[in-house]
Design a binder for this molecule. Sequence first.
Ligand SMILES: NC(=O)c1ccc[n+]([C@@H]2O[C@H](COP(=O)([O-])OP(=O)(O)OC[C@H]3O[C@@H](n4cnc5c(N)ncnc54)[C@H](O)[C@@H]3O)[C@@H](O)[C@H]2O)c1
Length: 699
Amino acid sequence: MAQINQFASLDRVDSVAVITLDNPPVNALSAGLRTGLMEAFRQAKADPANKAIVLICNGRTFIAGADISEFGKPPQGPGLSDLFGAIEGGSIPVVAAIHGTALGGGLEVALACHYRVASPSARFGLPEVKLGLLPGAGGTQRLPRLVGIEKAMAMITTGDMIGAKEALDSGLIDEIETGDLRQGAIAFAEKMAAKGGPHPLVRDRNDKMIAARANPGVFDEFRKAHGRRWRGQMAPNHIMKCLEAAVNLPFDQGIAEERRLFQELVNSDQSKAQRYFFFAEREAAKIPGLSPDAKPVDIKTVAIIGAGTMGGGITMNFANVGIPVTLIEQDQKNLDRGLGVIRRNYENTASRGGLTADDIEKRMALIKPSLKLEDVAGADLIIEAVYENMGLKKEIFTKLDKFAKKGAILGTNTSALNIDEIAAVTSRPDAVIGLHFFSPANVMRLLEIVRAAKTADWVVATSMAVARKINKVAALVGVCDGFVGNRIMRARGLQSERLLIEGALPQQIDKVLTEFGFPMGPYAVTDMGGGIELGWRRRQETGAKNFIGDSLAERGRFGQKAGKGFYHYEPGSRAPLPDPEVEEIIKEASRREGIERRPIPDQEIFERLVYPMINEAAKILDERMALRASDIDVIWVYGYGWPLWRGGPMFYADLVGLKKIRDRMLELQKLYGDVFKPAPLIERLVAEGKGFADYKAAA
Ligand SMILES: NC(=O)c1ccc[n+]([C@@H]2O[C@H](COP(=O)([O-])OP(=O)(O)OC[C@H]3O[C@@H](n4cnc5c(N)ncnc54)[C@H](O)[C@@H]3O)[C@@H](O)[C@H]2O)c1
C-alpha cells in the first residue's frame, strides 16, 4: 500500500486500484484531501495493471461535504473541477463505495465517478441550500442526469437526504452492497472492467435531460408549488435556474452557469447570514464558565404539572424520544382534555404519514396520567406548566420541595414571572431553573433556559443536555422581564401600537415584516394564537387598559377561532382580510389621543419596529441576560420567525452598520422619544468602530 499523503492511500487488489481516504471525523473535502485524492488518481491511472478504481473512505462516513471553514478564503490546493478531470479522464471505470453520508461536495465526487455502490444505511444529499448556496461542483448538472429533473429539484431545493433504497430506485446508485462494502465494491469494479467499455460518464448521460425537454412546464409547476416558502430567498431560485440549464444547455455550458450562480450566492449577504447562523446555533450550545465538575445527569423520568396548551406539548417532546412522563393535572376533566389533545396531535401526524398506529400507542403508553402532585416523587426532572399566576406557582413549588426526590431538577415554564421569587419558596433554589418552551411546544424548536440567581451549574448543564435530547435548540438566558425573546418582542410591540395610532393599519405593518421575510406579521400571529383574549384577560386582572385591544375583545374579536380579530376571516379560511370595523376602532384610538393620522412610509415602519428590538437586545447584552449576540439571533430565528437567511436581528444590525443605525435612532429619538435613545452598548461599539459580532462580555 502506498501512502499518498496524510489523507489518501493507494492499494491494489488483483487488478483493482483502491484509493482510501482518511480525514476524520467526516472526511471533509479539505485542500489536503483534494491534493491527495488527485495524486492518487494520477498514480492509479498511470499504472496499466489497473483495470478499475474503487474510491472508499475510512471512518464513519464517505466524504460528508466541503470544508466550510475554507469558504470566503483564497482557494488552496486543486479545485474540484481539476479533481473531477482526474477522476473522469482515461478509460477505466471508477466506482465510489459509499457508507455513512455522501453529502454536498462528497456526493459531487461520487457523481463524477462512473458507478456508485453503497451500504444499505448510506444516505445521500446536496444540502448547500441550507447555507444559502447551491452545489457548485457540478451537482446541479450531474444529479438530474441520473435521477431525473423532478427528483433533482426536490433534493437540491430542500437539501434533504435520501436513503440507499430510494437512491437505487432513482438511479443515483448502481448497487446496494449488503455485505462488506470494500469487497463488494471491488467485485463490482472487476465485473464492470470485465464487461468492457465504454463506461459512460454521468456528464454524458443525456437521456433523462432529453426526456425532460418534452415537459418544459415542469419548472413553473415546481416554482408555483414552493415559491411561497422561497419568497425573498436567492438560493432555491438560483438552483432552479441551474436545473433549467441542465435540461436545456450542453453540459459544459450548464457547468459555467452553475459556477456563475454559485459565485453570486457565495458573495451574497443571504449566504453569509446562513453560514453565520450555522455557527451561531452551534455556539449557543456552549456555556462558558461552568464548573468542570458540573456534569449533566441522566434524565430517565420526567413529571409535567399542567396538561394545558404548554404542558401537553412539552409532554410530547419527551414521549417522542422514549422518556416516560408523569402528567399531573388538578382534576379529571382537564387531564382528559389534555390527553385527548396529545392523542389528536399524534393522530394528525399519523394521518400525514409521519407515525404508525403502533408508534402512537407506544408514545401514549409512556405518558402516565395522575391527579396527585405526590407522583412527582420518582422524576429526575419536573416541569411546572400551570396557569401564569405567582401565588399558584409558589404553592406548587412549596409542595414540589416536599415531594420531589433529592437531586431532581425543578423547572418552570413561566413566560414572565420572576423565577428567583419562585425558587425562594423552596429549600433548594439551586435546583430551580426556567425551561421556557414556545407554543406549540411539540413543534417549536426554541427553548430558553433561564438561569436564576442560585441555579447550580449541573442543573444548567443537564438542562442543555435535555434540550439536545428532545431535539430543541437551547439558549441560556437570565431572569428579567420577558427573558430575552419576549422582552425584545415587547419593544417591537410598543412601537407597533404607536404606529397604528399615528396612521398605520395592521395589514401595512404585517406587510412590511412579511416582505422582510417573516412568515407572518405580528397581527396575523396574534389572531392565530388568541393573543387578543389573553391580553384582555390579563388586563382585567390588573386593571390596566388598552383601547384597541379592549375594543376588539369587547366585540368578540378574539382572533382566527372567532372568525375575526385584527382581521376578518371567511368561514373555513385562515386568510387574513382587512376589516373596516378594525380600522374604525384604530381611528377612534387616534382621535382619543388627539392625533391626526398620516400616511407612514414602509421604511419608517420598518425602522421603528426593528431598531427598538436591536436597542433592547443591546441592553440585554449589557445586563448579561444573554451570553452573546449570536444567541439572541438564535432565539429570534427559532422562536419568532426572523428569516434565517437574514441571520437574526444582531447580524442584521451589523450588516446595516451600527453607526448608521445609531444615527437614525438619534433622529427618531427627537421625534418619538427616548425608546430610541441608543443603548450604552451601541454607543460604545460605535465609538470603537465595532459591531455586535465583536462584542465580548467583560469577564
Ligand atoms: N401559551 C403560551 O403560548 C405559552 C408560551 C410559553 C410559556 N407559557 C407559560 O406556560 C404556562 C402554562 O400556560 P398554558 O398556555 O399551557 O396554560 P393553560 O391554561 O393552557 O394550561 C394550564 C393547565 O394547568 C392546569 N393546572 C392549573 N392548576 C393546577 C394545579 N394546581 N395542578 C395541576 N394542574 C394545574 C390547568 O388545569 C390547565 O390545564 C404558563 O406559565 C404560561 O405563562 C405559555
